[in-house]
Design a binder for this molecule. Structure first.
Ligand code: COA
Length: 160
């Protein structure tokens, strides 16, 4: 396994394969995940998106996990974790923790002070919320029925 922060052409398909594999995301969320990669490929740093990939050397089509994060426009030092996903076969091996620690380290180098992440309040996301809490994130807001009736938006934050 290798860490990589530079986005390459093959990442659009590799990210798509990975987010589909997790079974956690809707079709429109899958599309957004690809668009974040495509926008970064065309605009570079201007896109406002940054990535940390855990990939397999010699197999550019395969990602074991990744994060997408970046500074929140019009804030002084707040960052958003836009995406985190780990391939099912690699989950519970510490890869998600390592990816998030590396993401936080890189954000700190860019003077980030607070990292924010949105997730769903649905039962399916209980492991995800456990993960964020284990990583030191605290629930700071809950927007009831935000995504759909019975599907709250939960906003977590961590001071880096
Ligand atoms: C959330 C996710 C990135 C975590 O990655 P991971 O590699 O499995 O996480 P780690 O192995 O580093 O787990 C760290 C800790 O988080 C908690 N955790 C992780 N997965 C958990 C689960 N399924 N159930 C309960 N707790 C869990 C545990 O406390 C775990 O520590 P432990 O294994 O020592 O008990 C991964 O499960 C994933 O990709 N999920 C689907 C996509 C998703 O939900 N993305 C976020 C959308 S908002």
């Amino acid at each position: 396994m290798r860490w990589r922060v530079t986005v390459q052409e093959s990442d659009a398909n590799a990210v798509h394969a990975l987010v589909c594999e997790t079974g956690f995301f809707s079709k429109s969320e899958e599309r957004i995940a690809i668009e974040l990669v495509e926008e970064t490929l065309s605009l570079g740093k201007e896109s406002g998106y940054e990535f940390v990939f855990a990939d397999v050397p010699g197999n550019p089509g395969r990602l074991l996990g990744y994060t997408c994060y970046g500074p929140i426009p019009d804030t002084e030092s707040s960052f958003d974790l836009y995406w985190i996903a780990v391939a099912p076969a690699e989950q519970r091996t510490g890869l998600g923790s390592s990816l998030l620690h590396e993401t936080e380290r890189l954000a700190l180098l860019q003077n980030a002070k607070r990292m924010f992440v949105d997730t769903s309040g649905r039962e399916q996301y209980t492991p995800t919320r456990n993960f964020y809490e284990r990583m030191g994130y605290r629930e700071e807001a809950r927007l009831v029925d935000f995504y759909a009736p019975g599907d709250d938006k939960v906003i977590y934050a961590k001071t880096l």
